[in-house]
Design a protein around this ligand. Structure first.
Ligand code: ATP
Ligand code: MG
Length: 321
């Protein structure tokens, strides 16, 4: 049994123009201490997957199908009260653009203390000491516990958010672009820190990023999404060295040197599908040079293309069947 098992997760948004299926039959499993990178272009459903797992979808969104099992327990079936118990403690999320999510009128220490006291029956002083330890853990001087968010730099705010996400020693940490918008030096520092804490706390981690080099450095497995669907999954090395789905090939080749470059130099021609009116068949077919009739008619299933490596393409992987 995996630590976190996502099975057939399907999430829809109601919009004035119709229903959008932002996550479409997504399944993966995360083991203790393992890191999975969730990658894909903007709008492919990464954040929605994270919000579905943590029951934090906005009003117009809902999980229409599937299960999210944490140590075998279905989180999707829980009511709001029970969900609150799990948040921070079992699964914690550091949001995309989290730097701006800190409350400007509360001292940063008090925000961390609040999270701790919500979950543990400990007094204020004990919680405050824990908050100090957490700040030290993310390499912020504990003396700054009574500062306000505006007194910190972007990278420091990101680290405060990380401290908050780690406050209750979660089993699973989800980082949604935790280093985007930070300069390269700070980015590297925070990634090192996440890496160290993951080992120390033996956490499972889902790292959402559009940056393949960040994923390559940090993660064990990769899940590549396109139009809300998984198009490829497997070990990070396999995905980087032997990308199999034409979309992953393009994504990987747009990073010429995975170990050095941090910017996507050559973007993939065309645009991801409009999920209000997606194409029939494989969502990637309008941008795919290998597309044939079957791709335009039928959505491909994920099939094995190597050990623990799966791709959803009609023209790949048959030799492994
Ligand atoms: N509240 C919402 N209402 C309607 N549609 C939404 C809502 N939130 C997201 N979507 C749609 O769901 C799809 C997936 O969005 P999501 O934010 O999950 O993408 P993402 O992969 O996280 O992208 P990015 O890399 O830009 O953060 C997009 O088509 C988006 O327009
Ligand atoms: Mg996102």
């Amino acid at each position: 049994m995996g630590l976190l098992e996502v099975k057939g997760l399907t999430t829809q948004f109601n919009t004035k123009d119709g229903t959008v299926t932002a996550v479409d039959d997504v399944s993966f499993s995360l083991e203790k201490g393992e890191a999975i990178g969730l990658v894909g272009e903007s709008g492919c459903g990464k954040t929605t997957t994270a919000l579905s797992i943590t029951n934090l979808l906005p009003e117009n969104g809902s999980v229409s199908n599937g299960e999210v099992l944490l140590e075998g327990k279905d989180l999707a079936g829980l009511d709001a009260e029970e969900v609150r118990k799990h948040r921070w403690k079992d699964i914690s999320i550091a949001f995309q653009g989290a730097m701006n999510a800190l409350n400007p009128v509360l001292k940063i220490g008090d925000q961390i203390i609040e999270v701790i006291m919500l979950h543990e029956k400990i007094d204020y002083e004990t919680a405050r000491n824990r908050a100090k330890e957490l700040l030290e853990m993310v390499e912020i001087d504990a003396e700054r516990i009574d500062n306000y968010a505006h007194e910190f730099s972007g990278g420091m705010k990101q680290r405060v958010m990380l401290a908050m996400a780690l406050a209750c020693r979660p089993k699973v940490l989800i980082g949604d672009e935790p280093t985007t918008a930070l300069d390269v030096m700070v980015q590297a520092q925070i990634l090192d820190l996440i890496e160290r804490l993951r080992e120390e706390l033996d956490m499972g981690m889902i790292l959402i990023t559009h940056d393949l080099s960040v994923m390559a450095e940090t993660c064990d497995k990769a899940v590549v999404m396109y139009g809300g669907r998984i198009v490829e999954s497997g070990k990070v090395e396999a995905i980087i060295q032997r990308p199999t789905h034409p979309y992953t090939e393009k994504l990987v080749s747009s990073f010429p040197d995975i170990t050095k470059e941090r910017t996507m130099v050559e973007s993939i021609p065309g645009a991801p599908p409009n999920l209000l009116d997606p194409p029939k068949g494989c969502y990637f077919h309008p941008r795919c040079e290998f597309a044939t009739d079957i791709c335009r008619q039928q959505a491909p299933d994920l099939k094995p293309v190597g050990p623990g490596h799966y791709a959803a393409c009609h023209h790949r992987g048959d030799e492994h069947e």
